[in-house]
Write a protein that binds this ligand. Structure first.
Ligand code: SIN
Length: 487
């Protein structure tokens, strides 16, 4: 460790992978983990590969029979204890997250609470899992539909939400009776490892929860090739999701894929401007814009365009780019140089093609920091219209009729989130039903919460996380026919 993180409990910070309940230290091929705000090395983790992945799978295979044989109540009590330990350690967990991911400390704390909410939700939901008794076609036959854990599950998770994307997958898997193998992003493994430490302290058995640190290719290939891994849940890009889907074909795995987005945020003429501005700020600038459900395109109807832009510009002007540990930071560093290059390219392309910066935030504008900007005059042929910017750039497009707004919104191969603002109830239903997205938000900018289904349509993915739907992804349905009952 080259920089102390001033944790109340330094034992939460592991420079290791977690396999079969043992902490595996890095060897010569250790991977450095850096603070994106400063470039400083925070520590190292092992570069796990095929051998470590196979060891984790073998351990999970050995642990599964006992884990699935426990009652739902016994398993969920352990998951509930995990939740309590996460809540007891929120400050440290948030500090670890800000150090490795960059987001402002207050946002990291928010993510930790969000992450914990999934553990709590599924500790409760796991107790309610059940099947059905189906009407029989014969007097002396009974048909019982049972649900069972799908089996060893793998979770491949991204750097933008280093804790919540893990708990949203692992808590339902564990509650359903599945062992899980997590492969966190190599950029943000320490949050995952701290969650692993707390899972062990909660009493979740050694073979049931593994964390493989390292680069994705070898681990992903070993996970997808294994017939013992029955389920893979991935959050990340559409390109990698498609690759994992192809790799999983030979072993016919169950898949949940939460992939890229290009969320439209539509402001109709009859919108309440303060509501729409508040929601646009929340949706666009969360995590410095590095969120799959961030508003990528702000579509504003002509009649309200100028008033909305003025009000939004005033709020953008209040944002401040600074290291996440500094008080007053509302926009942290972007994750790496490639992320900065992409946002800069989108801004340059927009300006070259007639866009205009009408407001910007304050603070750092060097290295990994990008000052937030509001650009008007955005058009569908700009890069920012077809690619996910994943940064603090808010582009405003102007449109005329309701039909035109909806067509622009749907003009993308993605369909994760869509937001719109209107006070007209009939329009609310008309638009909600025509938007091609797994999640539609009216007059709010938030859609991510433990009780609601999260997921996309089109090239944004398969399956749903959260709510009563999230645990179904880890359950198989078995029909049990009982014949010749003799009555
Ligand atoms: C994501 O960006 O991948 C997830 C965002 C969320 O859970 O809100």
């Amino acid at each position: 460790m080259t920089r102390p993180l001033e944790l109340a409990d330094p034992t939460l910070l592991h420079q290791a992978a977690l396999i079969d309940g043992e902490w595996l230290k890095p060897g010569n091929d250790a991977i450095a983990v850096t603070d994106p705000a400063t470039g400083e090395t925070l520590g190292h983790v092992p570069a796990c590969g095929k051998a470590e992945t196979e060891a984790a799978i073998a351990s999970a295979k050995a642990a599964w029979p006992a884990w699935r044989a426990m009652t739902a109540g016994e398993r969920c009590a352990l998951v509930e204890r995990w939740h309590a330990l996460v809540m007891d350690n929120l400050d440290d967990l948030a500090r670890i997250m800000t150090a490795e991911q960059g987001k402002p400390l207050a946002e990291a704390m928010g993510e930790m609470r969000y992450a914990a909410s999934f553990i709590k939700w599924f500790a409760e939901e796991g107790r309610r899992v059940g099947g059905k008794n189906v009407a029989s076609p014969e007097r002396d036959r009974r048909i019982i539909v049972m649900v069972e854990p799908v089996g060893i599950s793998a979770a491949i998770t991204p750097w933008n939400f280093p804790a919540a994307m893990i708990t949203r997958k692992c808590a339902p898997a564990l509650a359903a009776g599945c062992p899980v193998i997590v492969k966190p992003s190599e950029l943000t493994p320490f949050s995952a490892l701290a969650l692993g430490e707390l899972a062990l302290r909660a009493g979740i058995p050694a073979g049931v929860f593994h964390i493989l640190t390292g680069l994705p290719n070898d681990i992903g290939a070993a996970i997808t090739a294994s017939p013992d891994v029955r389920k893979l849940s991935f959050t990340g890009s559409t390109r990698v999701g498609a690759l994992l889907m192809r790799q999983s074909a030979d072993t016919i795995k169950r898949l949940s894929l939460e992939l890229g987005g290009n969320a439209p945020l539509i402001v109709f003429d009859d919108a309440d401007i303060p509501t729409a501005v508040k929601a646009a700020m929340a949706s666009k600038f969360r995590n410095a814009g590095q969120t799959c459900v961030c508003a990528n395109r702000i579509l504003v109807q002509s009649g309200i365009h100028d008033a909305f832009v003025e009000a939004l510009g005033a709020e953008v002007g209040k944002l401040h780019a600074a290291p996440g540990m500094e008080s007053g930071s509302t926009i942290g560093p972007l994750i790496n140089a490639a992320a900065v290059d992409k946002v800069s390219a989108h801004i340059a392309d927009a300006l070259d093609n007639g866009g205009r910066i009408v407001a910007s935030g304050s603070g750092r504008d060097d290295g990994p920091f990008v000052r937030p900007v509001l650009i008007t005059g955005a058009t569908p042929d700009m890069k920012l219209a077809s690619e996910e910017t994943f940064g603090p750039l808010a582009p405003v497009f102007r449109f005329g009729s309701e039909d035109e707004g909806i067509e622009l919104a749907n003009d993308t191969p993605y369909g994760l989130a869509s937001y719109f603002y209107t006070q007209d109830v009939a329009r609310a239903f008309r638009v909600a039903e025509r938007l091609e997205a797994g999640m539609v938000a009216l007059n709010t900018g938030s859609i991510a919460m433990e009780m609601a289904p999260f997921g996309g349509v089109k090239q944004s993915g398969l399956g749903r996380e959260g709510g009563i739907w999230g645990i179904e992804e880890y359950l198989e349905t078995k029909a049990f026919h009982i014949g010749a009952l003799g009555f």
